[in-house]
Design a protein around this ligand. Structure first.
Ligand code: FAD
Length: 497
């Protein structure tokens, strides 16, 4: 409520925010979790909370009047459609050189992501988080994160026989014939549930094209894991459709946090102010970076250091499709949950997910999201005249990612006698180089913060999300974000509270 005083306020309810909420509540601290997206706990008139990728409706996008699908063309035709403006679950946030996809709602990115739960190879860890003790991470915090998230792996025997992973088996065959290491990838999707979907005994979710705009069953989003446990402590209050706009030192100690309440059209219906002893920034790499550069530049938190906004990367994301021969169909039924990848990181700087194209028809296409070792890093700055944060990323900075992805797919194409699809991202456009699903950095650990996420110029202010990670995790990022949050919150609880 307006004018309240709380011990801890957390901005954002994704991985970082959910870990902080659970561990602080377990330590006996009352927590107020503020989330600008919706609660996503109430079904619409069709009985479903989320819509699927084939029929995007008002629930699909955050405050857009037209969809902005990551794969925006099919057979050379644009597939985006008009939708009512609504506080939908997927934000396609446009900066000058890149569109950054993010989840909006209680659960953050866990509502919209593929659930691929990948722990980086240990030899890659020093490049991911150079100031963090790898032994502690691999002995304690990665296992803790994997357990807390409910990570599991597909039954290999079921994988071999099910229609819904025909596309993945084709991806494996092509990878192996070109000599690339093929790996199964763990996921937070409930694999038993998926087997029942395939058997026709439960309501379909992954097998009904549910993914980008939410899963109604099967996926263990944070709502079902960390946040469920946090709420069960009785110490966590959650305010959905509330957006934090300002944090500044309060005259009587602590921090004054200004919060706008939104309706489902995105209009501000009330402005509230709360005083918090401690504030955790967990608004995601983009959300936290945007807030911090604004607060520094506008004089709310002028003593934040010069590293704020820097070190932002796209995890090297780049997409492409390949056109298969007619004897290599990828299947009309495709599970929307990816389960495998091609690991050419050491040799070529690319880790490629074998991704679904759950269109419901046979496409003879293999589709891939590559994570690459792209060295480019961008910076958020505050544009006072425009009143908004900007990101310096340029589209041309994806070229190293394209080159690294080609280290896999040029070889496969030449071996198989196949070509790239040119109809998925435009007309005669091979590479999906305009976007990322994996924003990382902007308030980098041990640079913008101390080695545990403290914004040391302001005791009681912390960063605890993907903004801490300097731009690349070599694999999908949320397990690393979760494990780092577990590490940092344990230290903060032990020493600061
Ligand atoms: P987020 O999860 O982004 O949470 C931040 C939250 O803060 C959001 O809910 C946001 O609405 C809220 N917020 C922002 N600003 C404010 C504000 N001012 N006030 C209040 N609230 C605010 N990663 C993987 O590891 N595996 C995958 O398979 C995978 N697939 C993906 C697929 C898609 C389509 C997308 C978009 C992402 C995917 N990711 C995947 C990435 C993963 O979801 C993110 O890395 C992760 O969610 C980031 O966690 P976070 O805690 O940093 O922030």
């Amino acid at each position: 409520p307006d004018g309240a005083r709380v011990p801890v306020l957390i901005v954002g309810s994704g991985y970082g925010g959910s870990v902080a909420a659970l561990r602080l509540a377990q330590a006996g601290v009352d927590v107020h979790l503020v989330e600008m997206g919706m609660a996503w706990d109430t079904p619409g008139s069709d009985g479903k909370i989320f819509c699927n990728t084939r029929e995007p409706d008002y629930r699909s996008y955050w405050l857009r009047t037209r969809t902005k699908a990551p794969l925006n063309y099919f057979l050379g035709f644009p597939i985006d459609r008009d939708i009512p403006r609504h506080t939908g679950v997927l934000d396609a946030e446009e900066f000058a050189g890149i569109t950054v996809y993010q989840g909006r709602g209680v659960g953050g990115g866990s509502l919209v992501n593929g659930g691929m739960a990948v722990t980086p190879r240990r030899e890659n860890f020093p490049a991911i988080l150079p100031s963090v003790n790898a032994g502690e991470m691999y002995d304690v915090y990665y296992p803790r994160a994997n357990a807390g998230l409910g990570v599991g792996t597909i039954d290999p025997a079921w994988f071999e026989g099910t229609d819904c992973y025909q596309y993945a088996r084709v991806g494996r065959k092509h990878a192996q014939r070109s000599g690339f290491p093929f790996v199964f990838v763990p996921d937070v999707y409930d694999w038993d549930y998926m087997e029942q979907e395939a058997a026709g005994t439960v309501t379909k979710s992954a097998l009904a094209g549910e993914i980008l705009y939410g899963n109604n069953h099967g996926k263990k989003s944070l709502q079902k894991t960390y946040l469920a446990r946090a709420k069960a402590t009785g110490r966590v209050a959650v305010s959905p459709l509330h957006r934090v706009t300002t944090v500044a030192p309060a005259s009587g100690g602590g921090y004054r946090v200004v919060i706008e309440q939104l309706d489902t059209t995105g209009a501000v219906t009330a402005t509230k102010s709360v005083t918090a002893d401690r504030v955790f920034f967990a608004a995601g790499s983009v959300g936290t970076s945007k807030l911090l550069v604004k607060l520094k530049a506008t004089g709310a938190l002028p003593n934040l250091n010069g590293e704020i906004g820097k070190g932002w990367g796209d995890n090297g994301n780049v997409m492409c499709g390949r056109a298969n021969h007619l004897w290599d169909p990828t299947g009309s039924l495709q599970s929307a949950i990816p389960c495998c990848g091609i690991d050419n990181w050491a040799a070529g700087g690319a880790f490629a997910e074998v991704a679904p194209l759950p269109t419901g028809i046979e496409t003879f296409a293999s589709f891939y999201l590559s994570i690459t070792n792209n060295p480019n890093r961008a910076q958020f700055t505050w544009n006072a005249a425009a009143g908004k944060a900007e990101l310096s990323w340029q589209t041309a900075w994806k070229q190293p990612s394209i080159d690294m992805a080609k280290s896999i797919f040029d070889k496969i194409n030449s071996k198989e006698g196949t070509i790239y699809r040119t109809d998925l991202f435009g007309v005669y456009k091979v590479w999906g180089d305009h976007l990322t699903y994996h924003p990382l950095g902007g308030a980098v650990l041990n640079k913008a913060t101390d080695n545990y996420g403290r914004l040391t110029a302001y005791p009681g202010l912390y960063v605890i999300d993907g903004a801490l990670i300097p731009g690349n995790t070599s694999v999908n990022p949320f397990v690393t974000i979760t494990a780092l949050a577990e590490r940092n919150i344990e230290k903060i609880i032990a020493t600061d509270l």
